[in-house]
Design a protein around this ligand. Structure first.
Ligand SMILES: *Cc1c(COP(=O)(O)O)cnc(C)c1O
Length: 385
């Protein structure tokens, strides 16, 4: 088959799945057909649009319920949640944080906000998420646990203060293995589960395998409230501290303004929380709809010579973004060009973080699979239909 015909077949398969023959098909558009307007109006009428309000409390209760985490703390967006989670995990200046090079830049940025140094270990080809084997190789070659029980990079002398795996596009990585390794090496685990609301390993929700997990409700995520995020934890002390530092570390008092440590204004406004409560009501429906879309894609692409990223056995993906793997970068680029020229929005993986200027000082351990995926991976339209 000619390459152009191949791209045309793929593009028309996407149009079949979305039952749209001509119009533009976005990558991931939000859907607001529940109680969004009702709750927004209630919030405006109440005048409690800002930093306190009943919807924020509801968001935190509902997120804990849905994920099974004991505590959820709402934040202004996912990046802020990540920054706060790293602070809570004990990430400090001149420590090292292990993560994957293939992620949205926010994962790495949060590490830099703490003035810590990212260490990039590889991802697995079949999950696009952090590879436990690469993590273990790094630790065996470079790390040791000192007399105080602290994990140190022998080569640089720096403390290894956290490991931050990310579940790419809502597909679940080998998180149990990663959690075991982190435990053995005394490394706090913070899951960037920004993309994986509704994704499970066994029956445990992503974001619950370490000390802390993070969610995002940005406009392109599975559910959105414009901008929003959350921290998940089972630890009561961490939860209290999370709420405290994300709300300016103010000591409660009727009129005094006294803040007992460095705090941040990272809270979720009540008006965003109103939107999120309405979205959370629809989440189960969105998830089953997205699973149907993924099944349709599998059916439509069966006879075409392209691979569709699949969840690992024993895991449940939320299918946030369906993902094709092409044979090489040339084919990837050919399809990106054709589909976008023809009104079907597609996009490549993120440029590996180690290639970007802000990360010039990062430690690059292994990135072979990450580069392999960067060369081949394309996200295709995945909105709720
Ligand atoms: C979306 C996302 C975040 C957080 O993004 P915000 O836009 O700040 O909510 C963090 N990490 C990853 C991997 C993401 O995809």
């Amino acid at each position: 088959m000619q390459e152009q015909d191949f791209y045309a077949e793929l593009t028309s398969a996407i149009r079949h799945v979305y039952l749209v023959s001509q119009d533009f098909i976005p990558l991931h558009a939000p859907v607001f057909d529940g109680n969004e307007k009702k709750y927004l109006c209630e919030t405006i009428d109440s005048t409690f649009v800002s930093s306190v309000g009943e919807f924020v409390n509801q968001v935190e209760i509902k997120l804990a319920e849905f994920t099974g985490a004991r505590y959820a703390i709402a934040t202004g967006n996912g990046t802020l949640a990540l920054h706060a989670a790293l602070i809570l995990a004990g990430v400090e200046q001149n420590t090292e944080v292990i993560t994957q090079p293939l992620s949205f830049v926010a994962t790495g940025n949060a590490i830099l906000y703490c003035k810590a140094r990212p260490v990039f270990v590889d991802v697995d080809k079949d999950t696009a998420s952090l590879s436990p084997e690469s993590l273990l190789r790094f630790l065996q070659q470079h790390a040791q646990i000192n007399d105080d029980g602290v994990c140190i990079n022998k080569t640089t002398g720096a403390r290894i203060s956290a490991c931050v795996p990310m579940h790419s596009f809502g597909f679940v990585g080998r998180i149990r293995e990663i959690a075991d390794i982190c435990k053995k090496w005394h490394i706090p685990l913070v899951e960037d589960s920004a993309e994986s609301l509704g994704s499970y390993c066994g029956d445990i929700h992503t974001g619950r395998f370490g000390q802390l997990g993070v969610l995002s409700f940005n406009g392109n995520k599975t559910i959105t409230c414009g901008g929003g995020g959350a921290i998940l934890t089972d630890d009561e002390q961490l939860a209290k501290k999370a709420k405290h530092i994300t709300t300016t570390a103010k000591v409660p008092h009727k009129w005094e303004f006294y803040h007992d440590e460095l705090g941040y204004n990272y809270r979720m406004p009540n008006i965003n929380a109103a939107l999120l409560v309405a979205q959370l009501e629809q989440l189960p429906h969105f998830l089953s709809n997205k699973a149907e879309t993924a099944a349709l894609y599998l059916e439509h692409f069966k006879h075409l010579n392209v691979q569709l990223l699949q969840p690992l056995p024993g895991t449940t993906a939320n299918y946030w973004l369906n993902t094709l793997i092409f044979e090489n970068r040339e084919q990837r680029d050919g399809f990106l060009q054709f589909s976008n020229d023809n009104g079907v929005m597609t996009r490549p993986a993120w440029t590996l973080m180690n290639k970007m200027p802000a990360f010039a000082d990062a430690v690059v351990f292994e990135i072979e699979n990450a580069q392999w995926l960067e060369d081949r991976l394309v996200n295709i339209p995945s909105s709720v239909r």
